[in-house]
Design a binder for this molecule. Structure first.
Ligand code: PEP
Length: 246
């Protein structure tokens, strides 16, 4: 069976000292770490330190990138700059970016294209709100978010999809393993229907209050290939407890 991919999204949290301690602790658990492909996504300003401290089974990702290349775009970080630093991954379309910073599907598409063209591996986040789920609209929304991106790509070889129901992020609520599996199967069907290169090997991660106590049940689902973890990635012990279930 393919290794699970487990990514930690620190959001706007942590310090240099936290990063140092976290990577030391994680790296010391080499046996556990080698069970999975692990990606740490700290804030932009800590990426260089993370790159110099990580390696082996622990890769580094950014949480966002610009939809533009280099140029007069104050405050933006171009994907080429991330590559220059040695960053391998980028999260694109996280629901916090979509909701709090107004990123539309069109913006997400541009970011994905830029990131892939620069040589980054992309974790594309998709997910429905609580109202959309209650209206029975969850699958349509998620498939639409995905299809907008698929429509302009030629290869999916460097793409991972993270299904993150918005109502489960940072709330302590998790989708039931059955509901998550159902959505993952729909995502995989959409990927396959695209006919794009690499479609059958795209990993689909689940995100939304994943922790050591619920990871095993989620990971046991046929189409759940790993996890995108927020809160439980901030402490090495909690993050390792998830990796241990992979
Ligand atoms: C996330 O930020 O992508 C996330 C899933 O957060 P949490 O694990 O805290 O719900």
């Amino acid at each position: 069976m393919a290794q699970k991919l487990i990514a930690g999204n620190w959001k706007s949290n942590g310090s240099l000292a936290d990063l140092d301690a976290f990577i030391n602790e994680i790296s010391a658990a080499a046996g556990l770490l080698s069970r999975a492909e692990v990606v740490l996504c700290p804030p932009f300003v800590y990426l260089q330190n993370a790159v110099s401290l990580c390696g082996g089974h622990l890769a580094v990702g950014a949480q966002n990138c610009s939809m533009q290349g280099a140029g007069a775009f104050t405050g933006e970080v171009a994907s080429e700059m991330l590559v220059d630093l040695g960053v391998q991954w980028v999260i694109v379309g996280h629901s916090e970016r979509r909701e709090l910073f107004g990123e539309s599907d069109a913006v997400v598409l541009e970011k994905v294209k830029r990131a892939l063209a620069s040589g980054l591996k992309v974790m594309l986040c998709v997910g429905e709100s609580l109202a959309q789920r209650e209206q029975g609209d969850a699958t349509r929304i998620v498939v639409k978010q995905l299809s907008v991106v698929l429509s302009e790509l030629t290869s999916l070889e460097s793409l991972v999809v993270a299904y993150e129901p918005v109502w489960a992020i940072g709330t302590g609520k998790t989708a039931s393993a059955g509901d998550a599996q159902e959505m993952h199967a729909a995502i995989k069907a959409e990927l396959l229907a695209s006919g794009l290169k690499g479609a059958s090997s795209v990993k689909v991660l689940y995100g939304g209050s994943v922790k050591g106590s619920n990871a095993a049940e989620l990971f046991a689902q046929k189409d759940i290939d790993g996890a995108l973890v927020g809160g439980a990635s901030l402490k090495a012990k909690d993050f390792l407890a998830i990796i241990a279930e992979s």
